[in-house]
Structure formats: C-alpha cells, structure tokens
Write a protein that binds this ligand. Structure first.
Ligand code: NAP
Length: 255
C-alpha cells in the first residue's frame, strides 16, 4: 500500500496474513487498556511474542493470563512512566536482552490526558506529569531500547499522536503540546535513523471508544465511536513486514 494512494479506510481495513508476526518480539506500552490492549491482542493472535507494558501489575498479570488461555505468548513489563528512574528503565532493557537478545517492534502508546484547561490557568504539576509520561518517557525508552532494536533484522518504532498533535486547538493544554513534541521526536528520529534498518512512523488513531476519550468527551455517545479493536490495522501495518516502505510518516485514521 503506498501512503499517497491509501485512505484512512484502507489503513483501518488492513489485515495481515495469519502468523505474519511469528518470531517478532514487540513491546506495546500502555497495553493494559484501550488501544494498546487491542493492538497487543491482535499482535499475539498473529504470532508475535508481546511484551505487555503497564503501570499496574495486577492488570498486566490478568491480561497475561487471558492471552495465555488463548495460546498467546506474552511477558509482562511493569513500569510506571510517571515515576520510573534510570535503574528501572535499565532493568527493563536487561530483561528483554537476557530473554530475547533483540526487539523487533516498539509501540509507544501509553499516554495520559491531564487537564483540558486554558494555558493561563493550567496546573503546573499536571503539565509536568503529562509532558513526562507522553513525551519524555517515550524518548528515554527509545534511547534505552535502540541497541536492542538495532539487533533486529527488521525493526520498527511506532509513536502515537493525535489530531491535536499537529492542529493547535484551544484548551487542550499539555496533552496537545506533548503530542506536538512526539511528532517532532518521531520525525527527527526518522531522519537520524535513515541509514539504518529501523523504520520510524506515527499513528493518529482518531476518535476511539476508550477511557481516555470518555475523559475528554464525557457527554458524547460512545456507541457512535469506533472501538479500539476496529482500528488496529495501521499499527499492524507499521509494526509488521509489509509497512517497511514507510519511514517518517504519519498514518491518520480519522475518516
Ligand atoms: P487509555 O484507554 O487511557 O489507555 C492508556 C494506557 O496507557 C493504559 O494502559 C494506561 O494504564 C497506560 N498508562 C497511562 N499512564 C501510564 C503510566 N504512568 N505508566 C505506564 N502506563 C501508563 O488510552 P487510549 O485512548 O487507548 O489511548 C492510547 C493512545 O492513543 C494514547 O497515546 C492516546 O494519546 C492516543 N489517542 C487516543 C485517542 C482516542 O480517541 N482514544 C485519540 C487520539 C490519540 P492503566 O491501564 O493503568 O490506566
């Protein structure tokens, strides 16, 4: 699929062949809920070994058990991105290196919304937390995991953005600014890694029925929104073998 020819509907309908992720080790941040959980399940169903990441050990273990019951291999990586320090990131890297010796895919999906507020009144602590979880943590994780990605034959990094990560919209506060930062980080990294095998791209999932969306739009009718399970196509395309032609691109799934 060429990026120029494809429409959002094409990305959404993309369905890889069965077992096309066999032997691929993929880390999905924020896989205990919403879009991350849906992508992790889809990857596992297609044969990937999924490294489930989240801040809640209980949620991670429950998901791991559920996937195991469906015959899906996964491992758990508990790391609270709002608190993690250097040692914690290093432990994660060491555990992946010891177990697998490489990483084939990294999906930066975990995020928090923070407050929707005018800049004039934005809570400073919330601003710092949102910038840290949504932008600084993906930078640190990427930096720490690059050696393991370089050990893969076909590595892919996918960052998650939002429409407010490239279209300024009043009152979206730190969330919007963090996503502008994520888009900058992804595009800069893509240029820096141009001569390597690593592919770096972005997905903007668009309005999706999750708890973050509910927090942003509590009064809307969630039944009218697409489910997380129905939007995994673009993620699978970019994390898999077929998306290798794309680098430094953003797939927008907003119809
Ligand atoms: P969600 O349902 O709120 O899920 C977010 C995930 O991130 C959860 O697994 C959550 O863990 C995890 N997380 C949050 N803070 C964390 C922390 N400090 N440390 C580790 N993990 C943490 O959100 P979503 O709607 O699926 O969003 C997924 C991505 O899509 C985000 O990057 C979001 O910005 C983007 N996006 C979503 C929409 C939409 O309409 N839903 C639109 C545009 C972009 P817990 O399970 O513990 O909460």
């Amino acid at each position: 699929m060429s990026k120029d020819a494809a429409t959002p509907a094409d990305w959404l309908e993309y369905a890889p062949k069965a077992q096309s992720f066999e032997n691929r080790i993929v880390l999905v941040t924020g896989s205990t809920a919403g879009i991350g959980e849906a992508v992790a399940r889809a990857l596992g169903t297609l044969g990937a070994t999924v490294i489930l990441h989240g801040r809640s050990k209980r949620k991670l273990e429950a998901l791991h058990e559920e996937l195991a019951a469906d015959g899906i291999e996964s491992v758990c990586a508990q790391l609270d991105l709002s608190r993690a320090q250097g040692d914690h990131y290093q432990e994660l890297v060491d555990s992946i290196e010891e177990r697998f010796g490489r990483l084939d895919g990294l999906l930066h999906n975990a995020s928090i919304l923070g407050d929707r507020s005018p800049i004039e009144h934005h809570d400073i602590g919330v601003w710092q937390r949102v910038m840290h979880v949504n932008l600084t943590a993906p930078f640190i994780l990427t930096r720490c995991l690059l050696p393991l990605l370089k050990a893969s034959a076909m590595p892919a990094i996918v960052f998650t953005t939002s429409t407010v990560g490239h279209v300024p919209k009043a009152y979206w506060g730190a969330y919007s600014v963090s996503k502008f930062g994520v888009e900058g980080l992804a595009r800069m990294l893509a240029i820096e890694l141009e001569q390597t095998a690593i592919r770096v791209n972005l997905v903007n999932p668009g309005a999706t029925r999750t708890s973050m969306r509910r927090q942003a739009y509590p009064a809307e009718d969630a039944k009218k929104l697409r489910t997380a399970e129905s939007i995994v196509g673009p993620y699978l395309y970019l994390l898999g073998i077929e998306g290798r032609a794309l680098h430094g691109e953003r797939l927008d799934c907003q119809p």
